[in-house]
Design a protein around this ligand. Sequence first.
Ligand SMILES: Nc1ncnc2c1ncn2[C@@H]1O[C@H](COP(=O)(O)OP(=O)(O)OP(=O)(O)O)[C@@H](O)[C@H]1O
Length: 248
Amino acid sequence: MLKAIKLVKEFGNYKAVNEVTLNIKKGEIYGFLGPNGAGKTTTIRMLTGTLKPTSGDVEILNLNLFNNELEIKRRIGVVPDEPKMYENLKGFEYIEFIMGIYKLNKDETKKRFDEICDAFEIDYLNNYIGDFSHGMKQKLMVASVLMRKPEVIFLDEPTVGLDARSAKILKELLHKYRDEGMTIFLTTHILEIAEKMCDRIGIIKEGRMLAEGTIEELRNSTENKGSLEDIFLELTGDDSIEDVIKEL
Ligand SMILES: Nc1ncnc2c1ncn2[C@@H]1O[C@H](COP(=O)(O)OP(=O)(O)OP(=O)(O)O)[C@@H](O)[C@H]1O
């Protein structure tokens, strides 16, 4: 469904992503975790066709990304870490614009969009996007992508800026769409969210994959039998954090 084969991205002499290989199944929620600067956003940008890899390949929906970019972009959805939207449009104008671009069935899509708006309490569609807070933009961006029912969705730090209620609603919406067959790839720094939300987790550091598996598999592959936070800190080598805290 979603495959990356030895993906590499070099910025000058710096290897931001170093031979990352992924194999994600249909209907799976895959959490991509790693410390700051590990290469998560760079990987997402390569997986979604916004950044050309230095080497390696990507296959989505059984199609090679680089030979089928338009078809793939039509069938996937992307929620970037910074929601980029037209600031001079009102919320409802942006949604009409997206419906037009993707040539969506208006009645069906509107029904789905309204359901998501109800869940997220989006009641500000008559206002200009430029006046929205980060969280308000994020919710509209998520709604504009989910209403299309993409077959694969990529979300980079989707809960940043969301209040606790909206983050919980997002988790429930993603589980619902996963159960209907959507494949979901997300990054997060909130390990509790990853633990509750994801079927499988990959951990990256300094561009390289350190580990991958279900929480249970990750637990068995490390000495640490505790929470995802304990496993993550052990794998990423930040287990000295307790000493740092003691010194504070
Ligand atoms: N356009 C660019 N030019 C040069 N270096 C870049 C560029 N984009 C990313 N990098 C570098 O690549 C590395 C990986 O960055 P990336 O944004 O993928 O990390 P990340 O895991 O998403 O981090 P964070 O969790 O902090 O968002 C970083 O060292 C970053 O400085």
